[in-house]
Design a protein around this ligand. Structure first.
Ligand code: 5GP
Length: 212
């Protein structure tokens, strides 16, 4: 049977560049599956239903919550966002590492429910760079940007609940670094108990005496 994949949670401020990073990670490596969230916010220009998000009404979203179809959900700057359950479970069972690109409240709920999840927080290289990226993106009104920055200020206070931080300076290097963090997470003793047990079993006094 395929070894179950890991649940990888990636959070970061608006403007931390995590979206670009995720797209590159998917393009450069094969063993990842990116979960597509459901949201009640409107699509931005160029966003496609089913690719960036499943864009739904508030009623549809609440119905999904009611059915127990979401792993987690949260409200962020006046909209709902949530992770559909089925895709995540299927992909993990098929051995893929599933990436959830979600905000902090959702991330902490995931950690509570799946303590083995790996939580990574993406930061911009500097605060100046964060403001520069936000202003040049030009997809949100100033009011929305201000609210998002308010959330960033709250989120940074809970950063120590994450397992890793990732500084997103140059995309090329950052993608490799992110992949490296996930690779390393696969090799903790806690995630390899079965294998360690086979080694232990082969090292009983009887085995050692017989085989040497
Ligand atoms: P945006 O509107 O910029 O696409 O996303 C706003 C925030 O919602 C980002 O921090 C993003 O990571 C987060 N987000 C996206 N999908 C989900 C989700 O399924 N659950 C939660 N909790 N947050 C999400």
């Amino acid at each position: 049977m395929e070894k179950r994949g890991l649940l990888i949670v990636v959070s970061g401020f608006a403007g931390s560049g995590k979206g670009t990073l995720m797209k590159r990670l998917m393009g450069d490596y094969e063993n990842y599956a990116l979960s597509v969230s459901m949201t009640t916010r409107d699509p931005r220009p160029g966003e496609v239903h089913g690719r960036e998000y499943f864009f739904v009404s508030k009623e549809e979203f609440e119905q999904k919550i009611h059915e127990g179809g979401l792993i987690e959900y949260a409200s962020y700057v006046e909209h709902y966002y949530g992770t559909p359950k089925d895709y995540v479970e299927e992909q993990m069972a098929a051995g893929k590492d599933v990436i959830l690109e979600i905000e902090i409240q959702g991330a902490l709920k995931v950690k509570e429910r799946f303590p083995d999840a790996v939580l990574i927080f993406v930061l911009p290289p500097s605060i100046e760079e964060l403001y520069r990226r936000l202003k040049t993106r030009g997809t949100e009104t100033e009011d929305v940007i201000r609210k998002r920055m308010g959330r960033a200020a709250e989120e940074v206070c809970a950063i120590d609940k994450y397992d890793y931080i990732m500084i997103n300076d140059e995309v090329e290097k950052s993608v490799k670094r992110l992949h490296g963090i996930i690779e390393a997470a696969h090799y903790t003793p806690g995630r390899n108990e079965e294998f360690i047990q086979t080694i232990k079993n082969g090292l009983t006094i009887k085995d050692v005496l017989e085989k040497l």
